[in-house]
Design a protein around this ligand. Structure first.
Ligand SMILES: NC(=O)c1ccc[n+]([C@@H]2O[C@H](COP(=O)([O-])OP(=O)(O)OC[C@H]3O[C@@H](n4cnc5c(N)ncnc54)[C@H](OP(=O)(O)O)[C@@H]3O)[C@@H](O)[C@H]2O)c1
Length: 280
């Protein structure tokens, strides 16, 4: 039995992963944002749900102060995590900002997991031999970061904002794997596939309608979408692999930009600077 910390376990791929991991008898720590939605999820998980086996923690990943509270809760519980799955993610058609003025897709998809993961590591909350899994996307393929506008707050394209944030997931994975080289903790990134979920439903309109149609007719089920991340979280054969990118339970090649060490180093440094600025 492993202690698994899963972000975004209240919908889509994360909810399917939670069900499978509970069925495999792991102990879960799952983040949620909305109490009403959580109640519905608890109801849905009833067959898998066991008070002893699942703990829900309120955490909006776009808000560093909520991440601090979550990390403190785990730290105070004296529990060590065997596996951290950074799954929560969002697509927002309408540009919006967190309470500190950072663009929300960047804040949720990159800065939040960056801060959460580093806080877990700094506070020594992860077991030796543990795994970190970042849920990225093939949408990163053509993305390039703009260090003059790192959170893409000047970008007019929702797809650019999203695809850059997913490139950040891969660059973070690459750079973190170097940092963890001698620590016996692995980190890998996964593309779950095109999956029929509720992502990109923030705003009613033609874009939302098109994305919904594409996911409905081209997408695999959330259960299938969760397969590769469950494989990375639990399979012994991948335990020693780190800094890699997976899709369909196989290692795959990310874009050239996602393997650029200079970009990965600079992203790391600038993400740290943002976090330090926000917490001072
Ligand atoms: N669906 C696809 O085709 C696809 C393809 C490639 C990659 N992905 C990636 O897969 C991951 C899961 O996406 P999904 O398709 O399962 O989407 P989803 O059905 O919308 O589920 C997203 C989950 O993330 C949570 N979340 C969103 N914003 C958050 C925030 N600010 N703070 C905390 N939690 C937040 C949501 O919480 P609430 O329940 O409160 O909304 C929900 O639990 C994402 O990282 C996404 O980029 C998806």
């Amino acid at each position: 039995m492993q202690n698994i910390f899963l972000t975004g376990g209240t919908d889509g791929i994360g909810l399917s992963a939670a069900k499978s991991l509970l069925a495999m008898k792991h102990r879960l720590f799952v983040t949620y944002r909305n109490k009403k939605k959580l109640d519905a999820v608890k109801h849905e998980l009833k067959t898998f749900y066991d008070n002893e086996k699942i703990t829900f923690l309120k955490c909006d990943l776009s808000e560093p102060s909520e991440i601090d509270e979550t990390v403190n809760a785990i730290s105070n519980s004296k529990i060590k995590i065997h596996c951290l799955i950074n799954n929560a993610g969002t697509i927002l058609f309408k540009k919006s900002f967190n309470s500190m003025g950072i663009e929300k897709v960047f804040a949720t998809n990159h800065l939040g997991p960056f801060y959460l993961t580093n806080s877990f590591l700094e506070k020594n909350l992860m077991h030796s031999g543990s795994r970190i899994i970042n849920v990225g996307s093939s949408a990163h393929q053509r993305a390039v970061l703009d260090f003059n506008d790192l959170d893409s707050s000047n970008s007019r394209s929702w797809y650019e904002r999203y695809s850059r944030s997913k490139l950040c997931n891969l660059l973070f994975t690459l750079r973190l794997s170097k940092k963890l080289e001698n620590k016996n903790i692995s980190v890998n990134c996964v593309h779950p596939g095109i999956v029929k979920t509720n992502i990109a439903q923030d705003q009613k309109g033609i874009l939302q309608f098109i994305v919904k149609l594409v996911l409905k007719y081209k997408g695999i089920s959330p259960e299938e979408g969760a397969d590769t991340l469950i494989y990375l979280a639990t399979n012994k054969t991948v335990q020693d692999l780190s800094g890699r990118y997976f899709a369909n339970k196989s290692e795959t090649k990310p874009s050239k930009e996602a393997l650029n060490w200079d970009v990965a180093d600079r992203l790391w440094q600038e993400s740290n600077e943002i976090i330090n600025r926000l917490s001072s």
